[in-house]
Ligand binder design. Structure first.
Ligand SMILES: [Zn+2]
Length: 265
């Protein structure tokens, strides 16, 4: 539940009702605002994705100073003015310090944040928030490689949003799939016979990679380090999952973090 209250603020000649809201969320990104402030993009339990201003947060004496860093889990209180919600208080619950100590971890964890940031409307999306938390915590504790965790995250993100295709049978003829061909226009998976002439612009997934995806789909994060895959297979799988994601969320076609990941591949 959103816990909220009201208080009056005096501005110029008018008093405005200000709504207070307490929530918990993960910081997705921050950017400088004005001389000393920060704009903070949060993904929160009750509010979904929101943008708030943290006034004076870049001043060393600010109570916010040093707390508003991406990946952090924070309890916070915001005051809603009509156009510009601003942060009133914040306490940091967790901040996954090991992510920032390793380039590969930063790159993949940043991609998780960017996917969440670019795919949501401002409403509650508690399953995605839980998924993001699990992914970041998994990267922080090295439960598996950041690359595998990012595959697992994309798969379960699409499942949560009801757009995960059937990996067992062909969309058209319902026969069991071995090689699966994604036709981006339909978002479905087809056998080679049904994909027909469309194969040329479809994305082919070998039977081995299809099995790995099914394993990722059906297992918790704790088990995915068991996956054995060679470098070429891993690159193909990454490109394939990115394509599937952008088929359903066009806004993820040009993620800023893709370039950083590509440098690692
Ligand atoms: Zn078929």
């Amino acid at each position: 539940m959103v816990s909220s209250g009201f208080y009056l603020i005096y501005k110029g000649d008018n008093f405005f009702d200000m709504k207070l809201l307490k929530d918990r969320g993960i910081i997705l990104k921050t950017e400088k605002s004005g001389e000393t402030s920060l704009k903070v993009r949060l993904f929160a339990r009750d509010s979904g994705r929101i943008l708030v201003t943290a006034k004076g947060a870049r001043k060393p004496e600010s109570p916010f100073f040093g707390l508003l860093t991406p990946f952090s889990v924070v309890d916070f209180e915001i005051a809603y003015s009509p156009y510009n919600p601003f942060l009133r208080s914040v306490s940091r619950m967790e901040y996954f310090p090991k992510i920032n100590q390793d380039t590969e971890k930063i790159v993949y964890a940043s991609m998780l944040l960017e996917i969440v940031d670019k795919t949501g409307m401002p409403h509650e999306d508690i399953e995605t928030l839980r998924l993001l938390y699990k992914g970041l915590r998994g990267i922080n504790t090295s439960i598996s490689s950041p690359e595998k965790i990012h595959w697992w995250f994309i798969i379960h993100f699409l499942k949560n949003h009801g757009v995960w295709p059937n990996f067992e049978t062909c969309t058209e003829c319902q026969k069991p799939l071995t090689i699966a061909i994604l036709l981006p226009d339909s978002g479905g998976l087809f056998c080679q016979d049904c994909a027909g002439n469309s194969q040329s612009h479809g994305l082919i997934l070998s039977s081995e990679l299809r099995r790995i995806i099914v394993f990722l789909e059906n297992n918790p994060l704790e088990k995915i380090s068991a996956i054995k895959i060679n470098k070429q297979g891993a690159v193909t799988l990454t490109c394939w999952l990115w394509k599937l994601l952008s088929t359903h969320y066009e806004s993820t076609t040009f993620l800023n973090t893709k370039k950083a990941v590509e440098r690692l591949l």
